[in-house]
Ligand binder design. Structure first.
Ligand SMILES: Nc1ncnc2c1ncn2[C@@H]1O[C@H](COP(=O)(O)OP(=O)(O)OP(=O)(O)O)[C@@H](O)[C@H]1O
Length: 717
């Protein structure tokens, strides 16, 4: 180390020590303030208790108010204390030296997860990663640069960029980097072992990812990203950014995520709290279906549909799914509901309790309420009729009963051909010979999943429903798995800004998935962005997965590891032995998490029993699971969507098990969950989708070489 370097490092250590000193003072101040809040609440409560009898109403209200105020102040201080504790662990991760044009000195800006100011000088010691000046770190190399401050664009020159790894308040290492975010730090981050849950990536956000995070203008932002491109991480960082940027108008209560399942929800649950924000509410399509259909009909869930399809593809059912999975279907259903709402109404005279209203009155009133959905409109006509007739009865000295009200409602309802939204939806199919046979319930009281959202859409379009009006930003993950009619429902229920993300290569149900262009046609106002660099897996694993489902846009990161292994086994017993050996090897390795990812839940269940009996400690995740677990996990590809593991084993990759497009999708999803190692086992002929891996030599074919070359060409950062 040169003299200059050691002086520089000494300066950095002093700055760190000073920052830690300020943080410690701030922590003590906050702890004292929390103690004071607790004491104040206690004293107020005691005083109230002692003097309750002598206090009048206003005094009591005043006291309650001040108790509430102390509680709020205390909660705020606790939240801030958590942030300071986090900063004490690792105060900052980067520094940018920026010389503003027209100013004599260069400013040194340290960037961390939160802000910190010196209470004496008011100078900013650490800038929050979301602050305007911090975008310099993510968006520019050394040289000319600019950022958007509240008072306008600030131009200047970046004269230096540095990255730090600080743990437990101690500087572990630091790098100077002229490039956007240095290779070394990113490589270290990506090579680490998978934690139990998803982590924040603030220190190594890449420029194209930053553009997604900091997009403030899009009403709807659609993000298509290859497997492992950081879509989910980026979407959560985007929420944290928006909460910071619009803190006066947006809070975590106003943001919701529409996630694929509860395990995934639990897997991502730490990211926002790590970034100092509160957890956001979660919803999934099953919950929406339950809310609407619980009292209407039984229905097949998405997971039940997937299980059935993986078992056997029924061509007629697939045809019904395809029919209901296009934007044209939404248009046709919409037009039909509008026409039916108009044509299906036959005004008639209302008579009740020796009073009457003419058919003309009914027709006029129905026409007046034309802006309402049809069943709400009918209720409106009935309500007005009840008011008028009741008045007449009372005026002549008679009595109007609840039975009279019900009688009027019944008569008005009978003027419309369809009893309810369900009957109307059924009529959509019987009304047109071309559609007959496309509505086929699974039983007397159970509809197919393909009908669930068309029916809900019909319900929304025919009667006023409560919407999620408090939600101001909605995140939709795994966008490719939702059909246009589901988006139409989302649009009706959430009239807010949205970030919609997914990967068309990872669809679960090929008969009803949506491509980026389909989703864009539903949200024509949307900004579409793409992430093509894949960060999760080693180049070898990404190259392997590319053979299963090729995406020419994908750019693998250059990070190497062992080649994926396809292990041919002599028989089923041998396959179990091979899997056990792999699991044991994993337990002696540096890796922490292992995912055994089967095609179906049933397959995973059977293998779970076998491995448990052999003494392996592992967690089985099925559709009822609500929490993600670390260590060894066994599950299906569908449930593993969005998750990742250091090592992945994909059992039973034989031709019989992985033989159609849907199986191929599952295989691709399973393989792309692996960060560092991937093993596949089979007995009998290997699946057609793994033919390329049959002989070790074939792996160096032209395609693989090209994939590896592309990775070598790409600089990390
Ligand atoms: N800029 C980055 N710095 C460090 N790690 C990153 C970065 N971008 C992505 N990663 C890592 O890549 C992995 C994949 O991220 P994430 O799960 O968000 O991707 P995804 O696109 O949602 O994946 P998939 O669609 O395959 O489920 C995670 O381990 C994440 O931490």
């Amino acid at each position: 180390m040169t003299d200059v370097q050691s002086r520089d490092e000494e300066r950095e250590r002093r700055y760190l020590a000073e920052t830690v000193r300020l943080l410690t003072i701030e922590l003590e101040r906050l702890s004292a303030s929390i103690d004071k809040s607790v004491r104040t609440v206690d004293e107020h409560k005691q005083y109230m208790w002692d003097n309750l009898r002598d206090m009048d109403f206003a005094e009591k209200a005043n006291f309650r108010e001040s108790v509430n105020m102390s509680v709020v102040l205390g909660e705020h201080a606790m939240m801030t204390r958590k942030r300071i504790e986090k900063l004490l662990e690792s105060p900052y991760f980067a520094r940018v030296d920026f010389h503003r044009h027209g100013e004599p000195d260069t400013g040194t800006h340290y960037i961390g997860v939160h802000n910190l100011s010196d209470p004496e000088t008011q100078e900013i010691v650490i800038h929050d990663w979301r602050a305007p000046v911090s975008s310099l770190y993510y968006d520019f190399e050394t040289g000319e640069a600019h950022f958007e401050a509240p008072q306008g664009a600030v131009h200047g020159e970046i004269t230096g960029k540095r990255q730090y790894k600080i743990s437990g308040g101690r500087l572990e290492y630091m790098f100077d980097s002229s490039l956007s975010i240095g290779d070394d730090v990113l490589q270290r981050e990506l090579s680490r072992s998978a934690d139990e849950k998803m982590r924040n990536i603030v220190a190594t956000i890449q420029r194209e990812q930053n553009a997604v995070i900091r997009n403030e203008t899009a009403q709807v932002l659609i993000l298509q990203g290859v497997a492992g491109s950081g879509k989910t991480s980026i979407a959560l960082h985007r929420v944290a950014f928006l909460l910071y940027r619009f803190k006066d108008t947006l809070s975590s209560d106003n943001v919701m995520i529409l996630s694929p399942n509860k395990v995934f929800g639990d897997y991502i649950a730490n990211v926002l709290p790590e970034l100092g924000e509160e957890q956001i509410a979660e919803i999934d399509f099953d919950k929406i279906a339950g809310r609407f259909l619980a009292k209407v009909t039984g229905y097949q869930t998405f997971s039940e549909q997937v299980v059935d399809l993986l078992d056997r593809i029924d061509e007629a059912a697939a045809e019904r799914m395809r029919f209901k999975a296009t934007p044209e279907f939404v248009t046709r259903l919409d037009e039909w509901i509008t026409a039916r709402s108009h044509d299906g109404f036959a005004p008639a005279e209302i008579t009740q309790n020796r009073t009457r209203l003419s058919a003309e009155w009914v027709a006029d009133t129905f026409a007046e309420l034309r802006d309402l959905p049809v069943f709400t409109r009918l209720d409106g006509v009935a309500g007005r009729a009840v008011q008028l007739l009741k008045q007449q009865v009372v005026d002549r000295g008679g009595k109007w009963t609840a039975a009279d009200t019900a009688g009027v409602r019944k008569q008005v309802r009978a003027m419309f051909g369809d009893k309810d939204a369900f009957a109307l939806y059924r009529a959509f199919y019987t009304d047109d010979p071309a559609r007959r046979g496309l509505f086929t319930p699974l039983g007397r009281k159970k509809i197919e999943y393909a009908d669930v959202f068309p029916l809900i859409y019909t319900m929304i379009k025919t009667a006023r429903q409560d919407s999620y009006s408090h939600i101001r930003h909605l995140l939709v993950d795994e966008m490719q798995d939702y059909s246009p009619i589901q988006y139409a429902v989302v649009r009706e229920l959430f009239s807010c800004k949205m970030t919609i993300l997914g990967d068309s290569n990872q669809s679960v149900n090929p008969f009803s998935s949506s491509s980026l262009s389909t989703i864009h046609s539903i949200f024509p106002e949307a900004d579409c962005l793409e992430l093509c660099k894949s960060y999760r897996s080693t180049t070898e694993i990404t190259g392997f997965a590319q053979h299963i489902s090729r995406n020419d846009k994908l750019i693998p990161i250059e990070r190497h590891g062992p080649r994926p292994q396809v292990i041919a086994c002599a028989n089923q017993q041998d396959q179990e032995v091979q899997i056990l050996t792999l699991v044991k090897r994993h337990s002696h390795s540096d890796h922490q998490s292992l995912g055994v990812i089967c095609k179906t839940v049933a397959e995973a269940k059977t293998l779970h029993e076998t491995l448990s009996q052999a003494g392996v400690e592992l967690t089985f995740l099925d559709y009822d699971s609500t929490a993600f677990a670390g260590g060894v996990v066994i599950t299906s590809a569908h449930i593993a969507k969005g998750l990742e593991f250091d090592t992945v084993i994909v059992p039973h990759v034989d031709e019989e098990n992985y033989a159609n497009e849907m199986d191929k999708s599952m295989l691709y999803i399973a393989c792309t969950r692996a960060m560092h190692e991937l093993h596949l086992t089979h007995h009998g002929p290997v699946s057609r989708y793994l033919e390329f891996a049959k002989t070790p030599e074939s792996r160096t074919d032209a395609e693989t070489v090209e994939i590896l070359d592309r990775a070598a060409d790409v600089q990390v950062g």
